[in-house]
Design a protein around this ligand. Structure first.
Ligand code: HEM
Length: 365
């Protein structure tokens, strides 16, 4: 082989391995290391977030709200409307909260925006991270507290927002699937990515949709990033449970559980039903798809060539407890309750948890 070819090959090998193994250098604190010196300043901010926002590292209500906030900030972005269609993941929901928190789709986010603003000012984050960085950092750190979650990426360097996002860019639970898929397409997401992002509803509860169901979780395990949400959404309703359904809500057969109309429709839509079903009993596939879609969401509208990859500051999430590693039917439910929507593949065989049918308790706030 000519010498020139050898040089080219070895240069390629070096470039590839450098890309795969980013070398970490020690941080001045003598404890951590980072792949870029700018990432070192994030470690104390992460600690502060864990202690003050997430109660020492829980997968709690503030984590759920922080994850929702990553979405409601980022989705303020439109390819078709150009620069006037919002700056995406730019922190505008915090910097221009007087405007954006008035949008009806942002209902219920006031408290977490205030808590994060306070956390940002107290943790020494001002000047290190922008509001847009902080929202995505808090979301990624929070998700790491939920067993079963993927370790989300974090890129540093979102400039401050210069204007609020326009109204009507955040999807509503009353929207049709056509409207939702078109909105996501206009932000650069395909239908498979929409389903992947909805894994977020595995760690979710509702606060504002139905005043008589405050704290109602979207699945029976809101403290775990597991696949139960995808199973339970497909269970056939069993009738009225004593609370009047509100607009944007539809009946779940599990008492106390919130089922929003848009999730129910996306689970049953022929464009998404097979991707939806593919996540059932396939934790790795769901977690991986969510991680990839979140990596895209977190930098929506941003110039990533000017950002620094500081993903190493995000804690490694815990695995699911063994007893939750498989999808199951909740007590009293079986395959006969499934409204199968994917015609291409059979519904996975799941066992039923023992015990009586019980209501699911609200998530403590
Ligand atoms: C089709 C798109 C979506 C619609 C229509 C939608 C709608 C909703 C609604 C209505 C709620 C309950 C609000 C309340 O009553 O307090 C909610 C909660 C939540 N959403 Fe979504 N959502 C969508 C996509 C997403 C995405 C992409 C994410 C994150 C990546 C996300 C994360 C969450 C989380 C974590 C909660 C729970 C918040 C809490 O527990 O306080 N959602 N969503």
């Amino acid at each position: 082989m000519p010498l020139g070819s050898l040089v080219v090959i070895s240069a390629l090998v070096c470039a590839t391995s450098a890309a795969l193994t980013r070398r970490a250098v020690p941080c001045p604190d003598g404890v951590h290391s980072a792949t870029h010196p700018a990432c070192c300043a994030l470690y104390p901010i992460v600690d502060h977030i864990q202690q003050n926002l997430f109660d020492g590292g829980e997968c709690d209500d503030e984590v759920h709200e922080s994850l929702r906030l990553t979405f409601h900030d980022a989705i303020g972005f439109s390819l078709s409307q150009g620069p006037s269609g919002g700056g995406g993941a730019d922190g505008s929901i915090m910097s221009f909260s007087d405007t954006e928190l008035q949008f009806s789709a942002n209902g219920g986010l006031d408290d977490i925006v205030k808590m994060q603003e306070q956390c940002l000012s107290e943790c020494g984050g001002n000047g290190v991270v922008s509001p847009g960085d902080f929202i995505q950092l808090a979301g990624a750190v929070g998700v790491s507290n939920c067993p079963g979650a993927p370790r989300l990426k974090f890129l540093l360097g979102r400039p401050n927002a210069t204007a609020p996002a326009p109204d009507k860019l955040v999807p509503a639970p009353t929207d049709s699937t056509d409207v939702i898929f078109a909105r996501f397409a206009d932000a650069g997401f395909n239908t498979d990515e929409v389903v992947a992002l909805l894994a977020s509803h595995s760690i979710a509860s509702s606060k504002v949709l139905n005043p008589s169901m405050v704290g109602a979780p979207f699945d029976t395990t809101p403290e775990l990033f597991d696949t139960q949400f995808f199973v339970e959404e497909l269970l056939r309703p069993r009738g009225f449970h004593g609370t009047e359904l509100q607009s944007g809500q539809t009946d779940s057969p599990i008492e106390g559980e919130m089922r929003i109309m848009s999730d129910s429709l996306i689970a049953r839509d022929s464009r998404t039903s097979c991707t939806w079903q593919s996540f059932i009993n396939n934790q790795a596939r769901m977690a991986d798809a969510f991680g990839q879609a979140m990596a895209k969401l977190a930098v929506l509208g941003q110039d990533t060539s000017k950002m620094i990859d500081c993903s190493e500051v995000i804690p490694q999430p815990k695995s699911l407890p063994v007893e939750h590693s498989q999808s199951v039917f909740p007590p009293g439910f079986s395959n006969a309750d499934v409204e199968q929507a994917c015609s291409a593949t059979p519904f996975p065989k799941l066992s039923t948890l023992p015990g009586p049918v019980t209501p699911v308790p609200p998530v403590p706030s």
